[in-house]
Design a protein around this ligand. Structure first.
Ligand SMILES: Nc1ncnc2c1ncn2[C@@H]1O[C@H](COP(=O)(O)OP(=O)(O)OP(=O)(O)O)[C@@H](O)[C@H]1O
Ligand SMILES: [Mg+2]
Length: 237
């Protein structure tokens, strides 16, 4: 469903991703691990189409057969791609309902959006008060991550990329987020960028991808995440 072909990406002339070839399949869960600065967030931003990240001329990102490299982020979102940011921002004065309504643009009526958001908030342990606040205003790190997961669910995207959705999240919240993602998986594809094996105990990835220095250094199963936890990245050949 998502094919990366010779993906090189530069920021301000500095090459960060150095030729990635990989195909993500529909319905599968992928963990992406790698040392700090290895290019994981860059990969996520490049798939979403962040304008600062420039792909090489030979590069292709195909989503369901279409090269999306020339598409703007909002067009990619319409195709069904969602990125949950490593550091979710707050929006002063805008509530999550308004944002979702705008994004869904007539695809779901406001009452349905509100009901779904409320239901999902309950499942994720998000309080009514937080849900009704301007998006993420004064929200804690963990609360922001949960709000990202809630938005992904209401928007019903097909490819969901979570950039460190587990960082700064307490054990109980991690369980609610993981259980939520498992429960609402259906035929969605998850790409879960993480430093920790603990979220993978719950989410059970089909594949673990290790990025080192802007390249895919190794692909394996959940045992690879365990190896990294036990022995570090030095053990990856
Ligand atoms: N705007 C920028 N200008 C210059 N270099 C940048 C810019 N954005 C990212 N980089 C560099 O690109 C490299 C990859 O960064 P990236 O955020 O993708 O790493 P990461 O694997 O997500 O790391 P982490 O685990 O710390 O989140 C880093 O060396 C970073 O400093
Ligand atoms: Mg990152």
């Amino acid at each position: 469903m998502l094919k990366l072909k010779n993906l090189t990406v530069s920021i301000e002339g500095k090459e960060i991703l150095k030729g990635i070839d990989f195909e993500f399949e529909k319905g599968k869960t992928y963990a992406v691990m790698g040392p700090n600065g290895s290019g994981k967030s860059t990969l996520a931003y490049s798939i979403m189409g962040h304008p600062a990240y420039e792909a090489g001329e030979e590069s292709r990102i195909e989503f369901n057969g279409t090269n999306i490299l020339d598409m703007e982020p909002d067009e990619r979102a319409k195709e069904g791609i969602f990125l949950s940011f490593q550091t979710p921002l707050s929006l002063s004065g805008v509530k999550v309902f308004q944002l979702l309504q705008l994004a869904l643009n007539g695809k779901k009526d406001p009452l349905q959006i509100r009901n779904e958001a409320k239901k999902y908030a309950q499942e994720l342990g998000i309080s009514e008060e937080l849900l009704n606040r301007p998006l993420n205003e004064g929200a804690s790190g963990g609360e922001r991550k949960k709000m990202e997961v809630l938005q992904a669910a209401v928007l019903e995207k097909k490819l969901l990329i979570f950039d460190e959705v587990d960082t700064g999240v307490d054990v109980d919240s991690l369980k609610s987020i993981s259980n939520f993602l498992t429960k609402h998986k259906e035929d969605k594809t998850y790409i879960v960028i993480t430093h920790y094996n603990r979220i993978l105990h719950h989410l059970k990835p089909d594949y673990v991808l290790v990025m080192i220095g802007g390249k895919l250094a190794k692909i394996g199963g959940p045992e690879l995440a365990k190896q990294i936890e036990d022995e570090g990245y030095g053990s990856i050949k």
